[in-house]
Design a protein around this ligand. Structure first.
Ligand code: HEC
Length: 135
């Protein structure tokens, strides 16, 4: 009986580590479906359903003067409670794509913390030129 319990505990622990996803994996799984993370070709742009993540992060960082804590807090809030009033991206973004659907139920606050930090650290990529961003 004791060894059975041990096995149960071991399985529980190993599955936690097996299923704990990295920030990048979480971001790819939960956000990239809509927000492309690679520099888009002109052709790809026409089929977008959301602005690419580098454009999003350029505008959000600009709005908060690059303040990491504020940017992360904004992302965490916006993803669960999006609104036109809060949006920092260009108004044409909402006009074209509509408001982002709340991701409540699709992502936890804990996951969002990791994702937001990952986005802050990785986007926009070096060499990104916002003026070329015509989506
Ligand atoms: C179903 C598609 C979809 C998914 C999934 C999605 N988004 Fe969005 N997102 C949008 C659209 C559309 C917009 C542009 C309209 C807007 O700003 O609300 C947007 C805009 C944003 C913005 C910019 C808001 C602003 O200031 O204007 C952020 C930040 C953002 N998304 C983060 C995320 C993160 C993080 C995830 C993953 C957890 C995610 N999104 C998943 C569709 C999506």
């Amino acid at each position: 009986m004791r060894s059975f319990k041990m096995i149960v505990v071991l399985i529980a622990f190993s599955s936690v580590s097996l299923f704990a996803q990295s920030a990048e994996e979480l971001f790819n799984e939960k956000c990239v479906i809509c927000h492309t993370a690679v520099k888009p070709t002109a052709e790809a742009r026409s089929s977008f359903i959301a602005p690419p993540v580098m454009g999003v992060m350029f505008h959000v960082k600009e709005a908060f003067g690059g303040d990491k804590q504020k940017v992360i807090a904004f992302i965490k809030d916006y993803v669960l409670e999006p609104s036109e009033k809060k949006a920092k991206c260009l108004p044409k973004s909402i006009k074209r794509f509509g408001l982002m659907p709340s991701q409540k139920g699709n992502v936890t606050e804990e996951e969002l913390e990791k994702i937001a930090e990952y986005m802050y650290e990785n986007f926009p990529q070096r060499g990104f030129e916002p003026k070329q961003q015509r989506y």
